[in-house]
Design a protein around this ligand. Structure first.
Ligand SMILES: [Zn+2]
Length: 247
């Protein structure tokens, strides 16, 4: 069961050498400010996973690890929302623009359109959804309405490349010609989409990306996204992307 997932986890350990050990020696930070935006909030929790966990739990957990990885690289990290806090999209952007970070990174975990999902009932009675056929991988969004679109796209490419080095695949699902999707792919190899109207991307003054780290309505991808090794190694890969983007 989940052979692909186990293979990936072994690969993550291997890449510890690149992202977690060797790279900090060559790429120092100058204490630049990074804003991390953990998507959704306790009252508006986003997607519900196959196992009944909320997206916001995944987002908060990952954001916390990424914060630690960036701090240990010497960056100053600010969060648009602490774990128990509520925040509107407007609050998040205003907070970030006041701080004037060099990068704004919004963290999310993905669902899929209803036509790709079937409803299931968990043993505790909670009803949730599961993919009919596997949908997995990451997606990165940038907005051409962001004032620093060029830099946002460059940073997105950095992140995409490093996630692929870890063995993750881009999910090309958002480019499907179906209602609610049909997003233009700016780079299909790196899973980068143009999504001009995403509020936090278009209103943020800093170079900004929104990343869907995995598809939590898919059993295998949820298994990967919930694994500590994955969370640590993907955080290191993103921290490495930040360092190499700013160098
Ligand atoms: Zn989300």
């Amino acid at each position: 069961m989940f052979t692909k997932a186990l293979f990936l986890l072994i690969r993550f350990l291997y890449f510890f050498i690149i992202f977690g050990f060797i790279s900090p020696v060559f790429l120092f930070s100058n204490g630049e400010i990074i804003v991390l935006d953990s998507g959704h909030s306790p009252s508006n929790f986003g997607a519900l996973s196959v196992s009944g966990k909320t997206e916001v739990e995944y987002n908060d957990n990952f954001t916390n690890e990424l914060k630690q990885q960036l701090q240990s690289s010497g960056f100053k990290v600010f969060l648009t929302r602490e774990i128990e806090e509520e925040a509107t999209l407007k609050d998040r952007v205003r907070y970030s623009n006041d701080i004037k970070p060099v990068l704004f990174i919004s963290i999310h975990h993905d669902s899929a359109q209803l036509q790709h999902l079937k409803q299931i009932t968990l043993t505790n009675g909670i009803k949730t959804y599961k993919t009919k056929t596997p949908i997995s991988g990451f997606s990165i969004f940038v907005s051409k309405n962001n004032k620093k679109f060029g830099d946002s796209f460059l940073f997105a490419k950095n992140v995409g490349k490093n996630l692929i080095s870890l063995g993750r695949k881009p999910s090309l699902y958002h480019a499907q010609k179906i209602k609610g999707e049909n997003k233009p792919l700016l780079d299909f190899k790196l899973g980068i989409y143009q999504y001009d109207n995403l509020y936090v991307l278009r209103k943020s003054n800093a170079p900004s990306i929104l990343i869907e780290l995995g598809v939590i309505v898919d059993s295998e991808d949820e298994f990967i996204c919930s694994h500590k090794t994955y969370i640590v190694e993907v955080s290191k890969a993103i921290a490495y992307s930040v360092r190499s983007f700013l160098k």
